[in-house]
Design a protein around this ligand. Structure first.
Ligand SMILES: Cc1cc2nc3c(=O)[nH]c(=O)nc-3n(C[C@H](O)[C@H](O)[C@H](O)COP(=O)(O)OP(=O)(O)OC[C@H]3O[C@@H](n4cnc5c(N)ncnc54)[C@H](O)[C@@H]3O)c2cc1C
Length: 493
């Protein structure tokens, strides 16, 4: 009764496998791709090393807590540096704002944009800290199996201070009026996959994470974190099988017997599915044993997909930071075209990461490594000609901002969008960030980590609790491992 198959080697699958191996289970991770990491994989080309997905390392305490469960610390696996400025916002052409690391510098910045706002910022961050302490240290660790989990006394006492029933858009406007500050404070909500007007003000905890805890970078790239987790898992006895596409979860009455990998059946006592929830339910399970119908999935609010360009540039670029957000177009229109009336955006906002500004190892000497991401609606028709059109659009805006030619210096270029997310990760509608964190898709209103029809099958990852993002995916793996261990103890005792 102690053999576990984990489907997928993203952050959630790796996290779950570490906790389960530590508890004494024999864990095998099956990954369809040839390398670990899922959406956080890397690829190398012409001397450049590209992180394929995440580039923002936020909430360092979550990573510390994860490794500390195993007597380790992040520094055992990678070197972290804090970025200062944390990032740049481009408001239009050359109108930009560099967001400094550290509260006193931030207060000065706020004051320069809206007199009196530094005091408001301190109050706003104090409320954010309260939410972070409860949210990240308590709420996100709940398995989301019953509303009674939320009736915890401390949580109940603090419920009004969590601002769960107010939108973050309205909440921010109670503190600040300067449009630039409002845009700055609404930006972290993009990580949660929904519009600020649809996201609970509970998530001002993200502003606390941004401004008080800071933006960090693991030298070598975000993939260093994946490598660290794979090292840790291997040291705990976890086995990894790559190029191993799981095709079915075989079910007998109310239990899974095992899984079919590349046409071969292997028996297991438990299955932890960290691949996209929709794929596992709709494609790996027989219809009789699915917890949710296709109609259910069609009604979910998915977080956006992304159109990404990975560029290798054979010269150094001035006037570009590690992280730059291009807010030089109207977000209201862009957000409508992601969420309300899904279509390719007319004039999107976008994000540029240039990790070679911090880390010389990700590009050949004298070169830059550039990652451009445009958030777009999931489920769109993704064609080469469309990608090309957006490439021209964002490159022109980037060149205008930095006042330099890049296009003649691009020596490597790859694009990535819906079709790639589907092919590489079996992503529902080609989503990038999973399921959006709207009020009606929070805690026990998310797809459940258990399947009542298949008692030994558990789900983890960014489509279930607590939600999208690297720290939540790591926590999701821990939550599911705890639940599996609890259920196992009930059976064996
Ligand atoms: C472009 C992009 C940028 C992002 N930026 C950030 C950021 O800056 N900061 C941040 O915190 N978060 C960011 N995120 C979100 C974060 O990367 C994800 O929330 C997290 O990596 C999801 O981990 P996961 O384990 O849930 O899923 P995944 O990483 O998708 O892992 C699931 C795994 O299952 C495998 N799989 C699927 N089907 C099968 C099958 N049938 N058989 C075997 N294996 C299978 C997949 O190949 C994959 O490896 C970003 C995501 C993307 C896509």
């Amino acid at each position: 009764m102690n053999q576990i198959a984990v489907i997928g080697s993203g952050f959630s699958g790796l996290s779950a496998s570490c906790f389960l191996a530590q508890a004494g289970f024999e864990v095998t991770v099956f990954e369809k791709n040839s390398s670990p990491g899922g959406r956080a994989r890397k690829f190398e080309a012409q001397g450049f090393t590209f992180d394929m997905g995440p580039s923002w390392y936020w909430m360092p305490d979550v990573f510390e807590e994860f490794f500390s469960h195993f007597g380790k610390k992040p520094a055992d696996y990678y070197d972290l540096v804090r970025l200062d400025p944390s990032y740049r916002i481009v408001y239009s052409g050359t109108d930009k704002l560099d967001i400094p690391a550290g509260i006193s510098k931030l207060c000065n910045l706020f004051e320069s944009l809206e007199p009196g706002s530094s005091q408001q910022l301190l109050k706003f961050l104090e409320e954010g800290k309260f939410k972070y302490d409860i949210g990240i240290h308590d709420l996100v660790h709940k398995p989301g199996l019953s509303v009674t989990e939320l009736l915890d006394v401390d949580l109940f006492k603090g419920v009004f201070r969590l601002h769960v029933f107010e939108s973050i858009a309205a909440y921010i406007r109670k503190f600040f009026t300067a449009p630039k500050l409002i845009q700055l404070l609404e930006f972290p909500v993009l990580f949660l996959g929904a519009k600020p007007s649809k996201t609970p003000a509970l998530y001002s905890l993200m502003n606390y994470a941004d401004m008080s805890l800071g933006t960090w970078y693991p030298m070598g790239g975000m993939f260093k974190v994946i490598e660290g987790m794979v090292d840790l898992a291997s040291s705990l006895g976890v086995r990894f099988e790559f190029n191993s596409n799981v095709q079915h979860v075989e079910v007998n009455s109310t239990r899974a017997n095992g899984i079919v990998i590349n046409g071969k059946f292997q028996s297991f006592d438990y299955v932890v599915a960290s691949a996209d929830y929709h794929h596992v339910e709709q494609e790996l399970l027989p219809a009789s044993h699915r917890r949710y119908s296709e109609q259910y999935w069609q009604k979910r609010v998915m977080a956006p997909s992304s159109l990404i360009f990975y560029l290798g540039v054979n010269k150094k670029i001035d006037h570009l930071l590690h992280h730059t957000l291009f807010f030089d177009e109207d977000f209201t229109k862009h957000a409508e075209q992601i969420y309300d009336d899904p279509q390719w955006p007319t004039a999107p906002q976008f994000y540029v990461s240039c990790p070679s500004k911090t880390d010389p190892s990700v590009a050949p000497p004298g070169n830059e490594n550039i990652f451009i991401l445009i958030p777009v609606a999931p489920g769109l028709t993704d064609e080469e000609s469309t990608r090309e059109r957006y490439f021209e659009m964002v490159l022109a805006r980037l060149e205008k901002h930095i006042g330099q030619n890049i296009r003649d210096h691009i020596v490597f270029r790859r694009s990535y969008a819906h079709q790639d997310f589907i092919k590489d990760y079996n992503a529902f509608k080609g989503n990038a960030y999973g399921l959006a964190n709207t009020l009606l898709q929070t805690a026990n209103l998310k797809p459940s980590i258990i399947n009542k029809k298949v008692k030994n099958l558990f789900y983890t990852g960014q489509l279930t609790v607590p939600g999208p993002g690297v720290p939540p995916s790591i926590i999701s793996g821990k939550v599911v491992a705890k639940e599996l261990i609890k259920s196992h103890k009930e059976i064996v005792n």
